[in-house]
Design a protein around this ligand. Structure first.
Ligand SMILES: [Zn+2]
Length: 346
């Protein structure tokens, strides 16, 4: 008897562990249920069109191979990673894994990861991490953009800012991954606000090819990366519109870079060594993940606590940029009323 009663449960368990699959033109989604797989697939196609139009002013042609997309719905936290294989200026293969609550997957994680595919399609080689992650966060919803806007101010105030001259040349994730995400987002937003998304991509390509001083001069009129950095800090002091510019300049023309290297690349930082800080645990995507999330989600972190300086005074560190103290962001609504966010996220 006991054995016969077990059988239906075994079948049910096997069914759910197999999950469901949904095929769109460019994605093969694997998820726990057919409905989730369908939703994720349709949103992925939507963002694939939308983000390519925004960043490249045109849609991408269908991929020759659909991108496997594994979607794992959880109760808290969220994150994602996309792997690419570049070969001789082509994207040979890509694979995406997203994990989190369904609403954050659809509103935030999916547009972020899909933007990585747009950049991979355009650059056909690994993109500098700050621009790859920064542009992808810029593609997320307003909730995430505001969170990163708060975070970058805290990073600067805490003296954790990575000088842009170093940030621009980072090929891999630094130990302070959140500084890369937050500064990458903020600098990308600043530069896009001065021009357009396609112009920003042209700047990134020029920086990779000719150096960042030259790119800053030619594309934005700054004499050096340091001058660009000062203008960005000043931008952070100024009120900004609630909705960052979404419309790319139709006048901008986009150069198509080329590459001839075989490279495998993943858009997720490695396990965090945290050697820069004594105690803090990384907090992965999501506002309030449970403690076990930090060990079960090998995805991009979006928040990390910094150690408090004794008495609120941080010691000067050699090689660090000039310190700046920034207030929380002040947003100007379309009606002209200002909104100051009350505090930094903890
Ligand atoms: Zn990313």
């Amino acid at each position: 008897m006991a054995r016969r009663r077990l059988i239906p449960f075994l079948f049910i368990g096997a069914f759910f562990s197999m999950g469901a699959s949904y095929r769109t033109q460019n994605f093969v989604v694997e998820a726990a249920t057919p409905e989730i797989a369908r939703q994720v697939g349709e949103y992925a196609e939507h963002y694939r069109r939308e983000k390519a139009r925004l960043w490249l002013l045109r849609e991408m042609p269908p991929w020759s191979q659909p991108c496997p997309l594994k979607a794992t719905v959880t109760m808290s936290g969220s994150g994602g990673a996309t792997s690419f294989a570049f070969d001789n200026g082509q994207v040979l293969g890509q694979r995406m894994h997203i994990e989190g609550t369904l609403d954050r997957l659809l509103a935030s994680v999916l547009p972020h990861e899909v933007t990585h595919t747009v950049f991979a399609f355009h650059f056909r080689q690994p993109v500098p991490r700050w621009a790859d992650e920064g542009g992808s966060v810029l593609s997320e919803d307003e909730q995430e953009r505001r969170r990163h806007d708060l975070l970058v101010r805290r990073i600067i105030n805490d003296g954790r800012m990575i000088p842009l001259r170093r940030l621009f040349t980072l090929r891999e994730y630094p130990s302070d991954v959140m500084a890369l995400y937050a500064q990458g987002f903020s600098v990308s937003e600043f530069l896009v606000s001065r021009s357009s998304r396609p112009a920003f991509l042209n700047f990134v390509y020029a920086g990779m090819a000719q150096g960042w001083d030259q790119a800053a001069r030619v594309h934005y009129g700054f004499n050096s990366v340091e001058e660009l950095e000062q203008a960005w800090i000043q931008y952070l002091r100024s009120p900004k519109q609630t909705a960052p510019a979404q419309v790319a300049s139709a006048a901008a023309t986009l150069r198509s870079p080329s590459a001839d290297q075989v490279v495998v690349r993943q858009t997720a930082p490695p396990a965090q060594p945290l050697q820069d800080f004594a105690a803090p645990r990384p907090v992965y995507r999501g506002q309030s993940p449970s403690p076990e999330d930090t060990t079960t989600q090998p995805f991009r972190p979006t928040s990390m606590s910094a150690p408090a300086c004794p008495g609120g005074i941080c010691p000067a560190t050699s090689g660090q940029p000039p310190r700046a103290q920034l207030l929380p962001p002040q947003y100007v609504t379309p009606q002209g009323a200002s909104v100051i966010l009350p505090s930094y996220p903890q």
